[in-house]
Design a protein around this ligand. Structure first.
Ligand code: CP
Length: 319
């Protein structure tokens, strides 16, 4: 722990927040602080395998009102790797079904002497609402289509490990931008750190209004592909759509799926990313998802490191 403490000696000067609710409100220095802490935790825990005791005596509650594989389990593992206890809440099977309000449920969980609540909910702004109503730390595990801050951070950490200088990199987010919380967190995080972001997908799923924020919008993947250093391939979120945004999945795949033919026209060292879950054959073909340019599973491992960093920083902050 003494080495770790030395690694982080400069961090509390930058990090003052008790909550992590989004990336839009963070400064470049704050984002870099989390990324540096995540890298230090990854190194100190042998790639997130071994345990530390820096959060011994603390308790984390996972409050998930939507399904999750990666986010929920990696928050849980991150807490355990740091010596904290965890409480696992799922809305199905809970007293929400008996009419208890969302805030009452959260306050009852907090009353079990919980120090941090991780919240995933379909309604945008839910983490901000909890932060106003609870005394403990609140960390967003995504709120509907709004933001998924730790996903944005783990994506940027994965890019930074391979390409340390983000300024000057071109990162394309491809697919269902309209409904993607991952897209929003990547947009804020990457642009604050100096990367160029291109949003690419069908016109029904990519608004030109992003150009007002200095973001490039493109509707033809083949046109932008030779310029891209990183492609982050986003899932089409049919469950959030009221009407079909394109005639068929087959047509979408023809225009936007990353496949062997497109890989041949991409940069030699292009990074292929996806936040998961992936739909093989829709946004990415199996040979590309499992190929040498793919860092999809490294993203998942880095999710534990980022979540360790976020827990450690927020639970040690004095705002
Ligand atoms: N990327 C992501 O949020 O995955 P889960 O839905 O499995 O948590």
């Amino acid at each position: 722990m003494s080495t770790l403490a030395a690694d982080f000696a400069h961090l509390p000067a930058v990090w003052k927040r008790r909550h992590l609710l989004d990336l839009e409100s963070l400064s470049a220095d704050e984002i870099t602080c989390i990324l540096d802490a995540a890298a230090a935790f990854k190194a100190a825990t042998n790639d997130c395998r071994t345990k530390l005791s820096v959060l011994s005596g603390k308790t984390l509650a996972n409050l998930f009102f939507e399904n999750s594989t990666r986010t929920r389990n990696s928050f849980s593992l991150a807490a355990k790797r740091l010596g904290a206890d965890t409480v696992e809440f799922s809305s199905s099977g809970s007293s929400v079904a008996k009419g208890e309000t969302f805030i009452d449920t959260a306050k009852n969980i907090e009353a079990m002497n919980v120090d941090a609540v991780v919240i995933r909910h379909r309604t945008p702004g839910t983490p901000h609402l909890l932060a106003k109503n609870l005394r403990c730390t609140v960390i967003s595990a995504s709120d509907g289509p709004h933001e998924h801050p730790t996903q944005g951070l783990l994506d940027i950490m994965t890019i930074r490990e391979r390409r340390p200088n983000l300024a000057g990199l071109t990162v394309a987010l491809v697919g269902d931008i309209a409904h993607s919380r991952t897209a929003r967190s990547n947009i804020w995080g990457l642009t604050k750190l100096g990367a160029k972001v291109i949003l690419c997908g069908p016109a029904t799923l990519v608004s030109r209004r992003w150009e007002e924020f200095g973001i490039e919008v493109a509707y033809n993947l083949d046109d932008i592909l030779p310029r891209c250093d990183v492609l982050n391939l986003l899932r089409i979120q049919f469950e959030r759509q009221h009407t079909r945004p394109f005639p068929s999945v087959r047509e979408y795949a023809l225009l936007y799926a990353m496949n062997r033919e497109r890989m041949a026209r991409a940069k030699d060292n292009i990074l292929i990313m996806a936040p998961g879950p992936i739909n093989r054959g829709v946004e990415i073909t199996p040979d590309v998802a499992d190929g040498p340019h793919s860092v999809i599973l490294e993203q998942v491992t880095n999710g534990i490191a980022v979540r360790m960093a976020v827990l450690w920083l927020t639970l040690n902050a004095n705002d």
